[in-house]
Ligand binder design. Structure first.
Ligand SMILES: Nc1ncnc2c1ncn2[C@@H]1O[C@H](COP(=O)(O)OP(=O)(O)OP(=O)(O)O)[C@@H](O)[C@H]1O
Length: 233
């Protein structure tokens, strides 16, 4: 058996709508080892983005436990769901994890507009405590080395998506969270980016969780979780 990277126990999350709490995820339990990949599937609104947000601390669960790389987060039981604060210590631990261990590739590639693609990658590496002097090869590997000195608004959406992947790999994360990482790309570019994503994931031995509607992309993952079939949907 591999080394466990992520453990979810009884993870539950809903959102307030008027006086009601609408359940999105109910009692979700799963384990992911280092080096494994998991595709999150399910119809629109089934909770894929919500789960990714919970896994990087951008949303807080109503109940359950999240354990990532030995950092354990228990849902705060004080107050009613939706009205709980997050303690300063918990916020700090999530921020540390996002900076050093969790690489996030969400739909609107989160590049700093005032920095070139290369400087975006360097900044991300530096924040994660990695060597920022070795960042050009990441852009080369993603096929955008020639665009290193351009700013994000001077390249296409697909090229920004590749730069976002270069940033994630430069930080050498333990876990990558990707929300439709190829969603805005044409089929050919999507295939190229997916190829690099899985090749680099294998090279680095990190775990990958990706939300997608694309069955071909999901088929490349070792595991699949269909949120349409979880108790809340
Ligand atoms: N901040 C919020 N407040 C209230 N409801 C929310 C909030 N965020 C998400 N929801 C609701 O939770 C449900 C799950 O949303 P989520 O974005 O996780 O779905 P998804 O599976 O990622 O959908 P898609 O495939 O369309 O991206 C939806 O019904 C959505 O409207």
């Amino acid at each position: 058996m591999g080394q466990v990277l992520l453990m979810l126990r009884g993870l539950t999350k809903g959102f307030d709508s008027g006086n009601e709490r609408i359940p999105v995820l109910a009692d979700l339990t799963l384990t992911l080892d280092r080096g494994q990949s998991l595709a999150l599937m399910g119809r629109s609104g089934s909770g894929k983005s919500t789960l990714l947000n919970l896994l990087c601390g951008l949303e807080q669960p109503d109940a359950g436990v999240i354990d990532i790389a030995g950092e354990r987060f228990d849902a705060d039981q004080g107050g009613s769901p939706g009205h709980r604060g997050i303690g300063a210590e918990t916020a700090r631990r999530w921020a540390d994890l996002r900076r050093q261990r969790i690489g996030v590739v969400f739909q609107d590639a989160n590049l700093m507009p005032a920095l070139s693609l290369l400087d975006n990658v360097r900044l991300r590496a530096r924040l994660a405590g990695q060597d920022d002097g070795q960042c050009e090869p990441w852009l080369d590997r993603l096929g955008i080395g020639a665009l290193a000195n351009r700013y994000p608004d001077q390249v296409s959406g697909g090229q920004r998506q590749r730069a976002a992947l270069a940033m994630v790999f430069a930080m050498k994360p333990a876990l990558i969270l990707a929300d439709e990482p190829t969603g805005s790309l044409d089929r050919h570019t999507a295939d190229e980016v997916a190829h690099e994503l899985f090749a680099l994931q294998a090279d680095q031995g990190c775990a990958l969780i990706l939300a997608t509607h694309d069955p071909e992309l999901a088929a490349r993952c070792g595991q699949r979780l269909d949120l349409a079939h979880t108790a809340a949907s």
